[in-house]
Design a protein around this ligand. Structure first.
Ligand SMILES: [Zn+2]
Length: 177
């Protein structure tokens, strides 16, 4: 057994690409679909946080968006019978949020009563973040990105000028003939 520690970075999170679910299991295989779990999922990975429908779906979406958590909605598959049993309009949908926003999203959902505190059994480690933000770029990398964009800009301008020249040439040729 692995000794439990207070250190947050030791929390293990595994991710199933197929089910869009996270686990803190010792297993390497998803308990639902049998796919191999990813050990260090990216912060952008979509995670299914809650399955809901109808007005509740809109309420949950609005609450998440108010907190600046990007979310997407995916229709739940394989519950056709449930749809018929409940209400055809109340099709169940899965709300997806980025893995990095998981803890925050759980707090929001518990706050609005959409999720029970005991349902939130996982904590995503702090080191799982959404990459590609400017703050995380080193000065050296930022320099090269800027230098690259300047070169790109010059090429685009040059292409535009060349294209205009060719255009003028063609127009002149058209009217000359
Ligand atoms: Zn799975």
């Amino acid at each position: 057994m692995v000794p439990t520690s207070a250190c947050a970075s030791l929390i293990m999170i595994k991710y199933c690409f197929r089910c869009k679910k996270i686990y803190d299991t010792e297993n390497n295989i998803c308990s639902e679909c049998g796919k191999k779990l990813v050990e260090h999922p990216a912060g952008e990975s979509p995670v299914a946080i809650i399955t809901t429908g109808g007005f509740e779906l809109e309420r949950v979406k609005a609450a998440l968006e108010d907190e600046g958590i990007p979310c997407s909605v995916q229709e739940a598959r394989g519950n056709v019978n449930m749809k018929i049993l409940n209400n055809a309009d109340n099709g169940e949908n899965i709300i997806m949020i980025p893995l990095a926003a998981y803890n925050h999203a759980c707090d929001v959902l518990i706050g609005i009563g959409a999720m029970k505190p005991q349902d939130n059994t996982l904590t995503v480690p702090d080191d799982i973040k959404i990459e590609n933000t400017d703050e995380e770029m080193s000065p050296r990398k930022r320099f090269w990105v800027r230098a690259g964009s300047i070169v790109l800009f010059i090429i685009v301008v040059w292409l535009a000028i060349t294209a205009t020249d060719i255009g003028i040439f063609l127009v002149k040729k058209l009217f000359a003939s």
